[in-house]
Write a protein that binds this ligand. Structure first.
Ligand code: ASP
Ligand code: MG
Length: 395
């Protein structure tokens, strides 16, 4: 069976006119596919607006009710799209996450999909309907609404594509993945083919074009993934297996993540303290730690960790409560060069470090993975560094 899942993000369904426009794209795709599932995000900035309203009413809105509230955003866009499709003579049905079979586990607001029961989806598709599913939501074992974390509609779409053995198109307001963020470098090139691993690394290292978990799922279940414009133009980026990529640069992408907070943790007058306990407490407070470094100076041991700037107050509070001292450094960016070919190419790090010294960009931390090198630098220097790397690696 020739099936397609198309996901439209919030900006693509932000207004009535935009909903009409995506309906055209869906109908156009029917020429090539026998069965189509559409996954939608909430209209425009609806989710932010709902969160704001809850925060205006309570300092600690209950997570269960937050999920129920946020789930409404996608229900509005999905039902409107289905209503419009029907009005122009198409057979269509809108389904909530639960109706579409999404079972989830884990905490509210960051739930994970445990299963997608396909009976209803397949029945509606076999009835010849365009099935419009609310992204970002499911239901847990208590029968309560759950959501999958911000940006989770991408994951909903890939999950459906995985269980239906379909191709998945993520259609948005950019025409694919670029070598460098075009707002930083006007001459950045669109990438036609990129591997799942590189896309995952990019998404984790700051690129906002797709939700990282959805790429991981696509890799695991062999879902052909495409990112392109919401006009339906097929000239976007195809995310495929590494071994299927014919020709490749050493570096395929440069990513940049702003709002990084560097935290120095120490205990005055003491040369060792329990860092593992500190990390445990931070984790329990949902503070996401990225880079970690141990520093020994004279008689003092300290650790430098990075997290997101939004976690600053909570981090201070947790460390205070443990009797630990800390110092913060703000306005930092993490600039990363990414490329699978780095695995078997020597000299990439040498070239990268050379650029930092030629451009006189000081860095505070470095971290590497098999396919990336990241530098923590002043936010004011990050664009310059991104462009210098792009020059060096022909991006
Ligand atoms: N509407 C949700 C959000 O804004 C989910 C999504 O857009 O993917 O995070
Ligand atoms: Mg999104």
């Amino acid at each position: 069976m020739n099936r397609l899942v198309i996901k439209f993000g919030g900006s693509s369904v932000a207004t009535i006119d935009k909903i009409k426009a995506v309906a055209k794209v869906i109908i156009d795709r029917k020429k090539d596919y026998e069965q189509i599932v559409v996954v939608v995000s909430a209209m425009g900035k609806t989710t932010n607006g709902l969160i704001q309203m809850a925060n205006d009413l309570s300092a600690y809105p209950a997570e269960r009710e937050m999920d129920m509230l946020l789930a409404t955003g996608e229900m509005v866009s999905a039902s409107l799209l289905s209503i419009y499709l029907q009005s122009i003579g198409e057979k269509s049905v809108a389904l909530t996450g639960f109706q579409a079979g999404f079972e989830t586990i884990g905490s509210h607001q960051v739930s994970k999909i445990s299963n997608v029961i396909t009976d209803r989806l397949i029945k509606e598709l076999n009835d010849g309907k365009i099935v419009v599913v609310t992204g970002f939501q499911g239901m847990n074992e208590n029968g309560d609404f759950t959501t999958l974390g911000r940006g989770g509609s991408d994951t909903s779409a890939v999950a459906i594509a995985a269980v239906l053995k379909a191709r998945c198109e993520i259609l948005t307001d950019v025409n694919g993945i670029y070598t460098v963020d075009p707002r930083i470098r006007k001459t950045a090139k669109k990438i036609d083919y990129i591997s799942y691993q590189e896309t995952m690394e990019m998404a984790n290292l700051g690129a906002k074009v797709i939700e990282p978990r959805s790429v991981e799922m696509a890799l695991r279940y062999d879902v052909p993934l495409f990112i392109g414009l919401n006009t339906g133009d097929l000239n976007g980026t195809n995310i495929i297996k590494e071994e299927d990529i014919v020709e490749q640069n050493i570096i395929t992408n440069i990513s940049n993540k702003n709002d990084v907070l560097l935290v120095k943790i120490f205990k005055k007058g003491s040369n060792e303290f329990g860092i593992s306990e500190a990390l445990k407490q931070l984790a329990q407070n949902d503070i996401n730690i990225d880079m970690i470094n141990r520093i020994v100076e004279e008689n003092e041991v300290s650790y430098k960790i990075t997290t997101n700037l939004v976690s600053k107050n909570k981090t201070k509070q947790v460390l205070d409560e443990m009797g630990l001292d800390c110092e913060f450094k703000e306005n930092l960016s993490k600039v990363s060069i990414i490329g699978s070919a780095m695995r078997n190419q020597v000299g990439v790090a040498a070239r990268a470090f050379d650029i930092l010294s030629k451009e006189s960009v000081p860095f505070y931390e470095v971290s590497t993975s098999e396919i990336s090198i990241s530098y923590l630098v002043d936010e004011s220097k990050s664009n310059k560094l991104v462009n210098a790397f792009a020059d060096e690696f022909n991006l």
